[in-house]
Design a binder for this molecule. Structure first.
Ligand code: 13P
Length: 336
């Protein structure tokens, strides 16, 4: 492992005013997104849609430091034959790859899951590196349902262990791991419950990263923010979310980690931007704090495009606008 190179890539991923486009929806998830806009999920439509994003020059050169791809996309060519990976590189952005293989039910823990994909991961990482991937992503999913005693320690520990094993394999393959332990915002829990569960998950995750000898300087953390569950009666203000999330991360994330890039997790586009901005306005943070949004960057361009060639410019404009807003938020310079 060359840690100086890993660190350089990690720092580029969270460079001031830049963040990550999560375009790594699995075939099942992108079908759900396309269903909403009435587009059939064919290989060509998926390619055309992602090509539209990657050819958004202003967004890709100025605001998007890296793109998380799904396995299908990393091997695809644009309509004119240019590999999609090349389009990303030509814009000055870094290609990355989702390497987990989704979740399976966790035995003895009803309703909880374990993320799978460690078997043969070393071989897959070597192939992805050759294809241009310089970072990877693995997502662990932790649900909250206090009425059923969820999450369990078993689910948190097992998922943290898998994340750490994945991260160690990435660094061995000279790929920066994005470590993503996502505490879901489904449910009726309040913000403090989310805070406490996320604290537990992050503490366990960094302990496991230590046990697996992962170099913190060569990784990025992708956490959820401290937010109330979607069905909670107690809403939280932007300022409360920002203050609690910053407090939580300061208590859990060592300053050796170059950057933290949030998932949007079902927040509205504008909420995701406002929360990130408010955190960066607090300032004095030991790590870069930016976005790694999927839905909060793509909902608008998906709607504007709606699968029609004549809407490509409108789709790109919608994507560029959201990317620019989040770039401002990453510097604490956004205003509503
Ligand atoms: P969302 O921003 O839509 O949560 O997606 C980010 C992601 O990569 C989830 O794994």
């Amino acid at each position: 492992m060359n840690l100086a190179d890993l660190n350089q890539i990690a720092r580029a991923m969270v460079a001031p005013g830049k963040g990550i486009l999560a375009a790594d929806e699995s075939s099942g998830t992108i079908k759900k997104r396309f269903d909403v806009i009435g587009v059939e999920s064919t290989e060509t439509n998926r390619r055309d849609y992602r090509e539209m994003l990657f050819r958004s020059n202003e967004a890709m050169s100025d605001y998007v430091s890296g793109v998380i791809l799904y396995d299908e996309t990393i091997w695809q060519n644009a309509a004119d034959g240019t590999p999609l990976v090349k389009l990303i590189e030509q814009a000055g952005s870094i290609p990355g790859i989702k390497v987990d293989e989704g979740t399976q039910p966790l035995p003895n823990c009803p309703g909880e899951t374990i993320t799978v994909g460690l078997d043969k991961l070393a071989e897959r990482l070597a192939k992805y590196y050759k294809q241009g991937a310089r970072f990877a992503k693995w997502r662990a999913v932790i649900d909250i349902d206090t009425t059923r005693g969820v999450p369990t320690h078993t689910a948190i520990m097992t998922n943290a262990h898998a994340l750490a094993r994945y991260a160690a394999l990435c660094q061995q393959a000279q790929i920066v791991p994005i470590v993503e332990p996502e505490v879901l915002m489904d449910g009726a829990h309040d913000i403090d419950t989310c805070y406490n569960v996320t604290e537990w998950v992050l503490k366990e995750t960094f302990q496991q990263l230590y046990f697996q000898r992962v170099a913190l300087e060569g990784m990025i953390l992708k956490p959820n923010m401290a937010v109330p569950g979607k069905k909670s009666a107690n809403k939280a203000s932007v300022q409360e979310v920002a203050e609690k999330t910053v407090k939580l991360l300061k208590a859990c994330v060592p300053s050796a980690v170059p950057g933290i890039a949030f998932l949007s997790g079902g927040q509205s586009d504008e909420e995701a931007t406002a929360h990130l901005d408010a955190m960066n306005k607090i300032g004095g943070l030991p790590w870069g704090l930016t976005f790694s949004y999927g839905r909060a960057l793509q909902a608008a361009p998906q709607k504007a495009w709606s699968g029609k060639a004549e809407n490509v410019a409108a789709g790109q404009a919608a994507f560029t606008h959201r990317a620019r807003m989040n770039s401002l938020a990453a510097k604490g310079e956004w205003s509503a």
